[in-house]
Write a protein that binds this ligand. Structure first.
Ligand code: ZN
Length: 346
């Protein structure tokens, strides 16, 4: 039994003892969690009880963005030892599956992912996880930064899929945590300028703190007109759709140059109508991503090198004892809040 933040049912959380798998397999490590970030998906399960086909039917521990300290290693673990500081990739595939053998382990149908029903998450003081999904943090990367690697990995996956060339100009739609990190990932991947759209002043003010990011208000007219002006009528090389709003897809091809690339990062709740002809007449490449594969090491390198600084995005910190309040706060969606983290006991 261990204490954990449990989603009992829609809109009901409790901090209580729960039976969790704690057996250490030969390839596993036991980790004392230090920091766990709250993700939009955690909040969505809390408020709505489901995301697409994933429905919360049994009490489930929330949380999947974790950094911590290794306290015990399995008999076959060679490259981690007790005391190592790590961040954790929350999706566990079958590495011998057909998808995994193609390098697409994130798409393995048997993959189990923390806090995606019915799998328990990591808002508990100790977790057991495969060692090959735990990544050592360099000394200059804090646990709070380490807990940001999971959402950053999504953005690195999208930047990789976009096949950015040096000097490209990109557009990011939506300046939530993922949109802001996507802008930074695009810059780190070689973009010379990133235009980011959002209706909220607070979010754009935060974006404006980063060199190379140009905040644009969605309310200052159609984004396509603003981008046409900013790119002398040519359009952006890459568009990252990070809002998940179906309205964002209306006229989205008008943001892009001929031959440009559109990456769908945000996940719209309902099916979206897309004007295929508008993509065809520009031979636009539409790419999608689902989480990430083989990007944690590169995400950590970018944090350690200082090329990506996520500290301004960590806007709230709560203790584990106050984690229900942390979720209530995150559910409010305050304009000033970006990433809220929970500091674990220990
Ligand atoms: Zn997440």
């Amino acid at each position: 039994m261990a204490e954990a933040l449990v989603l009992e049912r829609i809109k009901q959380l409790s901090l209580r003892e729960i039976d969790l798998p704690q057996d250490l397999g030969p390839g596993d490590v036991r980790i004392r969690t230090e920091v766990v970030g709250i993700c939009g998906s955690d909040v969505h399960y809390y408020l709505h009880g489901r995301i697409g086909p994933f429905v919360v039917r049994e009490p489930m521990v929330l949380g999947h963005e974790a950094a911590g300290i290794v306290v015990e290693v399995g008999t076959e673990v060679a490259d981690l030892t007790a005391g190592d500081r790590v961040c954790v990739e929350p999706g566990v595939p079958d590495f011998s599956s057909r998808a995994a053998r193609l390098g697409l382990y994130n798409l393995d149908p048997s993959l189990s992912f923390w806090a995606t029903p019915p799998i328990h998450g990591c808002l508990t003081p100790e977790v057991v996880h495969p060692a090959n999904l735990c990544f050592k943090l360099p000394h200059n990367v804090t646990a709070a930064q380490g807990a940001m690697v999971e959402p950053l990995a999504v953005c690195i996956q999208a930047a990789t899929k976009a096949q950015i060339s040096p000097g490209d100009k990109a557009v990011v739609l939506g300046a939530g945590p993922i949109g802001l990190m996507q802008a930074l990932a695009a810059l780190a991947s070689g973009c010379s300028e990133v235009f980011i759209f959002d209706p909220l002043d607070n979010k754009l003010a935060l974006a404006a703190r980063y060199d190379g990011v140009t905040p644009l208000y969605s309310r200052n007219g159609p984004p396509a007109e603003q981008i046409s002006e900013a790119t002398l009528g040519w359009g952006a090389d890459v568009v990252f759709e990070c809002s998940g709003a179906s309205a964002a897809f209306r006229g989205i091809a008008d943001l892009l140059r001929p031959g440009g690339t559109l990456v769908a990062v945000g996940m719209p709740i309902d099916p979206v109508a897309v004007d295929i002809v508008s993509l065809q007449v520009k031979e636009i490449t539409l790419r999608t991503i689902f989480r990430y594969a083989n990007v944690y090491d590169r995400a950590i390198n970018l944090l350690a090198s200082g090329q990506i600084n996520l500290d301004p995005l960590i806007t709230g910190t709560f203790s584990f004892a106050d984690s229900i309040q942390a979720f209530e706060r995150a559910s409010e969606g305050r304009p000033d809040d970006v990433k809220i983290q929970i500091i674990m006991p220990g």
